[in-house]
Design a binder for this molecule. Structure first.
Ligand code: HEC
Ligand code: HEC
Length: 153
Protein backbone atom coordinates (compact mmCIF):
# COMPACT_ATOMS: atom_id res chain seq x y z
CA UNK A 1 0.00 0.00 0.00
CA UNK A 2 2.81 2.38 0.97
CA UNK A 3 4.53 1.70 -2.35
CA UNK A 4 1.34 2.49 -4.24
CA UNK A 5 0.91 5.84 -2.45
CA UNK A 6 4.55 6.79 -3.14
CA UNK A 7 4.08 5.98 -6.82
CA UNK A 8 0.88 8.03 -6.98
CA UNK A 9 2.57 11.02 -5.33
CA UNK A 10 5.44 10.79 -7.81
CA UNK A 11 3.09 10.61 -10.80
CA UNK A 12 1.03 13.58 -9.61
CA UNK A 13 4.09 15.74 -8.94
CA UNK A 14 5.50 14.87 -12.38
CA UNK A 15 2.20 15.92 -13.95
CA UNK A 16 2.24 19.22 -12.03
CA UNK A 17 5.80 19.95 -13.17
CA UNK A 18 4.75 19.19 -16.74
CA UNK A 19 1.78 21.57 -16.58
CA UNK A 20 3.99 24.28 -15.04
CA UNK A 21 6.50 23.87 -17.85
CA UNK A 22 3.70 24.10 -20.36
CA UNK A 23 2.55 27.49 -19.03
CA UNK A 24 6.07 28.97 -18.74
CA UNK A 25 8.07 30.33 -21.67
CA UNK A 26 9.05 27.06 -23.26
CA UNK A 27 8.15 27.02 -26.96
CA UNK A 28 5.30 24.61 -27.53
CA UNK A 29 3.21 23.61 -30.51
CA UNK A 30 0.26 25.30 -28.78
CA UNK A 31 2.19 28.57 -28.69
CA UNK A 32 1.73 28.91 -24.90
CA UNK A 33 -2.06 28.90 -25.19
CA UNK A 34 -3.61 28.07 -21.81
CA UNK A 35 -4.81 24.50 -21.55
CA UNK A 36 -8.45 25.49 -21.17
CA UNK A 37 -8.37 27.76 -24.23
CA UNK A 38 -8.73 26.98 -27.92
CA UNK A 39 -5.88 28.42 -29.98
CA UNK A 40 -6.99 30.71 -32.82
CA UNK A 41 -6.41 28.91 -36.10
CA UNK A 42 -4.94 30.66 -39.10
CA UNK A 43 -6.58 30.31 -42.51
CA UNK A 44 -5.03 27.74 -44.88
CA UNK A 45 -3.28 29.82 -47.56
CA UNK A 46 -4.29 29.48 -51.21
CA UNK A 47 -2.01 27.91 -53.80
CA UNK A 48 -0.87 30.49 -56.36
CA UNK A 49 -2.31 29.43 -59.71
CA UNK A 50 -1.18 32.34 -61.89
CA UNK A 51 0.55 30.28 -64.65
CA UNK A 52 3.35 32.86 -64.39
CA UNK A 53 6.86 31.48 -63.95
CA UNK A 54 8.57 32.63 -60.78
CA UNK A 55 12.17 33.76 -60.56
CA UNK A 56 14.71 31.09 -59.60
CA UNK A 57 16.98 32.15 -56.73
CA UNK A 58 19.95 30.30 -58.19
CA UNK A 59 20.49 28.43 -61.47
CA UNK A 60 20.14 24.93 -60.00
CA UNK A 61 16.89 25.65 -58.16
CA UNK A 62 13.98 23.38 -59.13
CA UNK A 63 11.45 25.88 -60.49
CA UNK A 64 8.33 26.44 -58.38
CA UNK A 65 5.12 25.01 -59.87
CA UNK A 66 2.99 27.94 -61.09
CA UNK A 67 -0.27 25.97 -61.18
CA UNK A 68 -2.35 23.89 -58.75
CA UNK A 69 -1.49 20.21 -58.47
CA UNK A 70 -4.39 18.97 -56.42
CA UNK A 71 -5.26 15.33 -57.27
CA UNK A 72 -2.28 15.03 -59.64
CA UNK A 73 -1.22 11.50 -58.78
CA UNK A 74 2.27 10.14 -59.06
CA UNK A 75 2.09 6.40 -58.45
CA UNK A 76 3.75 3.19 -59.58
CA UNK A 77 1.46 3.01 -62.63
CA UNK A 78 0.97 6.60 -63.66
CA UNK A 79 2.59 9.99 -63.42
CA UNK A 80 0.09 12.79 -63.96
CA UNK A 81 2.85 15.40 -64.24
CA UNK A 82 4.44 13.56 -67.15
CA UNK A 83 1.12 13.49 -69.00
CA UNK A 84 1.85 17.16 -69.77
CA UNK A 85 5.58 17.62 -69.14
CA UNK A 86 7.09 14.63 -71.00
CA UNK A 87 8.77 15.17 -74.37
CA UNK A 88 5.90 13.49 -76.24
CA UNK A 89 3.14 15.52 -74.59
CA UNK A 90 4.40 19.11 -74.63
CA UNK A 91 3.06 19.94 -78.09
CA UNK A 92 -0.45 19.16 -76.97
CA UNK A 93 -0.16 20.55 -73.43
CA UNK A 94 2.08 23.56 -74.17
CA UNK A 95 3.82 22.82 -70.88
CA UNK A 96 7.62 23.20 -70.72
CA UNK A 97 9.39 19.85 -71.16
CA UNK A 98 11.11 18.52 -68.04
CA UNK A 99 14.72 19.47 -68.59
CA UNK A 100 17.14 17.04 -70.19
CA UNK A 101 18.71 16.32 -66.77
CA UNK A 102 15.46 14.50 -65.94
CA UNK A 103 16.25 11.91 -68.62
CA UNK A 104 19.78 11.26 -67.35
CA UNK A 105 20.94 8.52 -65.00
CA UNK A 106 23.63 9.25 -62.45
CA UNK A 107 26.40 8.27 -64.87
CA UNK A 108 25.14 10.93 -67.29
CA UNK A 109 23.63 8.47 -69.82
CA UNK A 110 20.47 9.62 -71.57
CA UNK A 111 17.41 7.41 -71.08
CA UNK A 112 14.29 7.11 -73.25
CA UNK A 113 12.01 7.61 -70.26
CA UNK A 114 12.08 9.86 -67.19
CA UNK A 115 14.91 8.79 -64.90
CA UNK A 116 13.84 7.01 -61.71
CA UNK A 117 15.82 9.72 -59.90
CA UNK A 118 13.35 12.30 -61.22
CA UNK A 119 10.13 10.30 -61.06
CA UNK A 120 8.71 11.79 -57.85
CA UNK A 121 8.35 15.41 -58.99
CA UNK A 122 7.13 16.77 -55.66
CA UNK A 123 10.33 15.66 -54.01
CA UNK A 124 11.86 18.79 -55.57
CA UNK A 125 9.08 20.93 -57.11
CA UNK A 126 6.52 22.60 -54.88
CA UNK A 127 3.57 24.92 -55.18
CA UNK A 128 3.84 28.48 -53.93
CA UNK A 129 1.35 29.49 -51.28
CA UNK A 130 -0.05 32.99 -51.07
CA UNK A 131 1.33 33.70 -47.59
CA UNK A 132 4.08 35.47 -45.66
CA UNK A 133 7.20 33.48 -44.77
CA UNK A 134 6.97 31.91 -41.30
CA UNK A 135 10.63 32.61 -40.63
CA UNK A 136 12.59 35.72 -41.61
CA UNK A 137 14.90 35.06 -44.52
CA UNK A 138 17.85 37.24 -45.49
CA UNK A 139 18.92 35.26 -48.57
CA UNK A 140 20.63 37.41 -51.21
CA UNK A 141 21.23 35.86 -54.63
CA UNK A 142 24.70 35.80 -56.19
CA UNK A 143 23.83 38.39 -58.81
CA UNK A 144 22.76 40.98 -56.22
CA UNK A 145 25.68 40.03 -53.98
CA UNK A 146 28.34 40.65 -56.65
CA UNK A 147 26.73 44.00 -57.49
CA UNK A 148 26.79 44.99 -53.80
CA UNK A 149 30.42 43.91 -53.49
CA UNK A 150 31.39 45.98 -56.56
CA UNK A 151 29.65 49.05 -55.09
CA UNK A 152 31.38 48.60 -51.70
CA UNK A 153 34.84 48.81 -53.36
C1 HEC B 1 -2.58 19.63 -67.57
C2 HEC B 1 -1.18 19.78 -67.87
C3 HEC B 1 -0.19 19.83 -66.72
C4 HEC B 1 -0.04 18.95 -65.68
C5 HEC B 1 -0.85 17.68 -65.41
C6 HEC B 1 1.07 19.43 -64.90
N1 HEC B 1 1.57 20.59 -65.44
FE1 HEC B 1 3.16 21.65 -64.77
N2 HEC B 1 2.84 23.08 -66.21
C7 HEC B 1 1.88 23.01 -67.21
C8 HEC B 1 1.93 24.20 -68.01
C9 HEC B 1 1.04 24.53 -69.21
C10 HEC B 1 2.98 25.02 -67.48
C11 HEC B 1 3.43 26.39 -67.95
C12 HEC B 1 2.96 27.47 -67.01
C13 HEC B 1 1.47 27.40 -66.81
O1 HEC B 1 0.72 27.56 -67.78
O2 HEC B 1 1.04 27.15 -65.66
C14 HEC B 1 3.52 24.27 -66.35
C15 HEC B 1 4.56 24.71 -65.56
C16 HEC B 1 5.22 23.94 -64.61
C17 HEC B 1 6.47 24.28 -63.95
C18 HEC B 1 7.25 25.59 -64.11
C19 HEC B 1 8.44 25.44 -65.02
C20 HEC B 1 9.29 26.68 -65.07
O3 HEC B 1 10.16 26.72 -65.95
O4 HEC B 1 9.10 27.61 -64.28
C21 HEC B 1 6.76 23.26 -63.09
C22 HEC B 1 7.96 23.15 -62.17
C23 HEC B 1 5.71 22.28 -63.22
N3 HEC B 1 4.80 22.70 -64.15
C24 HEC B 1 5.66 21.09 -62.50
C25 HEC B 1 4.59 20.20 -62.52
C26 HEC B 1 4.45 19.08 -61.62
C27 HEC B 1 5.44 18.70 -60.54
C28 HEC B 1 3.28 18.45 -61.94
C29 HEC B 1 2.63 17.25 -61.27
C30 HEC B 1 2.41 17.37 -59.84
C31 HEC B 1 2.70 19.17 -63.08
N4 HEC B 1 3.52 20.24 -63.38
C32 HEC B 1 1.55 18.80 -63.76
C33 HEC B 1 1.00 21.96 -67.41
C34 HEC B 1 0.83 20.88 -66.56
C1 HEC C 1 15.69 15.48 -57.66
C2 HEC C 1 14.97 16.73 -57.89
C3 HEC C 1 13.98 16.83 -59.03
C4 HEC C 1 12.95 15.95 -59.34
C5 HEC C 1 12.57 14.66 -58.64
C6 HEC C 1 12.27 16.54 -60.48
N1 HEC C 1 12.86 17.73 -60.83
FE1 HEC C 1 12.26 18.98 -62.29
N2 HEC C 1 13.89 20.17 -61.98
C7 HEC C 1 14.80 19.99 -60.97
C8 HEC C 1 15.87 20.98 -61.09
C9 HEC C 1 17.07 21.11 -60.16
C10 HEC C 1 15.56 21.76 -62.23
C11 HEC C 1 16.36 22.92 -62.80
C12 HEC C 1 17.69 22.45 -63.34
C13 HEC C 1 17.50 21.44 -64.41
O1 HEC C 1 16.87 21.75 -65.40
O2 HEC C 1 17.96 20.31 -64.20
C14 HEC C 1 14.29 21.22 -62.76
C15 HEC C 1 13.63 21.71 -63.87
C16 HEC C 1 12.35 21.35 -64.24
C17 HEC C 1 11.53 22.02 -65.24
C18 HEC C 1 11.94 23.24 -66.04
C19 HEC C 1 12.58 22.78 -67.32
C20 HEC C 1 13.13 23.93 -68.12
O3 HEC C 1 13.94 23.63 -69.01
O4 HEC C 1 12.78 25.08 -67.88
C21 HEC C 1 10.33 21.37 -65.30
C22 HEC C 1 9.15 21.70 -66.19
C23 HEC C 1 10.40 20.27 -64.36
N3 HEC C 1 11.63 20.29 -63.74
C24 HEC C 1 9.39 19.36 -64.14
C25 HEC C 1 9.53 18.19 -63.39
C26 HEC C 1 8.58 17.10 -63.37
C27 HEC C 1 7.26 17.08 -64.13
C28 HEC C 1 9.10 16.13 -62.55
C29 HEC C 1 8.54 14.75 -62.25
C30 HEC C 1 8.35 13.87 -63.40
C31 HEC C 1 10.36 16.64 -62.03
N4 HEC C 1 10.61 17.87 -62.59
C32 HEC C 1 11.19 15.96 -61.11
C33 HEC C 1 14.76 19.03 -59.98
C34 HEC C 1 13.90 17.94 -59.97
Amino acid sequence: MKKLITTLVLVVSAAVTYVQAESSNIATLRDNTALNEQKKTTAIPKVINSDIKQKRSYPMQPPIIPHTTRNYEVTLNSNKCMSCHSRQRTEESQAPMVSVTHYMDREGNFLAEISPRRYFCNQCHVNQFDTKPEVENTFVDMHTQTKQNAKAK
